[in-house]
Design a protein around this ligand. Sequence first.
Ligand code: 3NM
Length: 508
Amino acid sequence: MTDYTMYLVTDSTMVPESSTFLNQVEQALDNGVTLLQLREKSLTTRQFIDRAAKVHELTKKRGVPLIINDRIDVALAIDAEGVHVGQKDMPAKLARQLIGPDKILGVTCSDAGETQEVVDEGIADYVGLGTIYPTQTKKDLKEPGGTGPLGIRKSLHVLKKYNDAHPDKKIRCVGIGGVNHNNADKVLYQCSIPGQSLDGVAIVSCIMANENAAQATIDLLKIIKAKPIWANITNDGSDDLSTKITQLTSAQPLVHHITNNTVKNFSANVTLAIGASPIMSELHEEYEEFASGIPNLALVLNVGTPTEGLLKVFKHAILTYNKYGKPIVFDPVACGATNARLECSRALLKTGQFQVIKGNVGEIMGIHKLTSSYVAPTENQSLMRGVDSIVEHTEEEIIRVAKAVSIDFQTVVVVTGAVNYVIDGENRIAKVKGGNPLMGSVTGTGCSLGSTIAAFLGAKADGNNGTDIFSATVGAVELYNKAGAAVKAETSGSFMISFLDELYRFTH
Ligand code: 3NM
């Protein structure tokens, strides 16, 4: 069976001066590339055939299949193992007729619609799904900014349906576009839905343009085979709240906030009240130092007052915290209110992995629209839903939507309200009651729950240590609501002060 784990697509224009094209290919083949595609866009037919023949010598020796990009004639001339066609190349059906039933046929798909067409034809062996991230290697792309893992997951839903129905004739898949040493593990983790994952990644520049193609290949294979550092999550959350509070206060976590202007002061005070330390920084130059050096650190990323500049800061923070496996709590404030805000959340979800997404019902409903299996309601249905939403969402609906968000983004979801729901995938649900109706009259009481969750995660999650994110989050939500319920105040101003006091009392 063809091994798609690490699929090298060649490009002779980016070979470094210190090497040659054939040397780059040979280094890659000797160090772990499992499949090779010869992709030449400017050679004459004669040159292409000569090169293909030479490369085929190298691949045959190592038992690696050789796929020819676009040129069926060249593939047939040298008896290559397969052909890859893009959407503007020869239609897959004709390519199959020409190469016969036994050769490998691959097709590029840039969205779920194109994947559906390939699936409907049922003649491809694999699809190349892209573009994941921006790339300098290929111009003229349908979505130059990349679809992110979210776009790839939409195609995976289409593939899963086909593959489930055709277990003997599964269509395999690789992700392509901007994949490199910094993100290959993340790509494989995030481009995945229950029951359908990528079979591998396809890469060009991170090997072809590398001064040391051998080492680049070895390193990339290691990264592909490893899980991302933050995927080291356990499931052992048997601790009770008082144990979690003891862990919190003894670890004294640092909660880095990139949060909205309205709540900075209150969030900092809540963080201090529970025995953690706040830091409010929008200076991205210091994030590397934070994440690489500070133990028991977590980030709250709250998009309540977004700006163009802040979006860049958010993205930098996500990449840096993901790199060191430090937990991130994402608060998509008012993401359901405007399309621009929803797009802001989409951009951040595309950038990296969040350990927790926290929002009220409206916000989680907004994020649900970004999930890969979301189907927009028809006009009739939306009229009904419009009426529905005035009435209030049922518990069943809230849980269904939160589960969908949790599964798609592989994150713990917290839905706040009179009843709080903490949801981790299909099976783990905690309902937390308590709180106080006056919370609605004090700004920042929702946002500072994010600080509390981050503090609990920071106390437990540190780099490589497996952490039960769900259990830590439940602890934070429980503490927060207990403290809220314990407040005796009858008006909002005194509630605010007493709430800080209760948080302090429960943790000291
Ligand atoms: N196809 P790199 S992106 C050949 O999206 C190719 O279909 C793409 O190069 C697609 O690994 C791409 O250097 C180039 O980013 C990928």
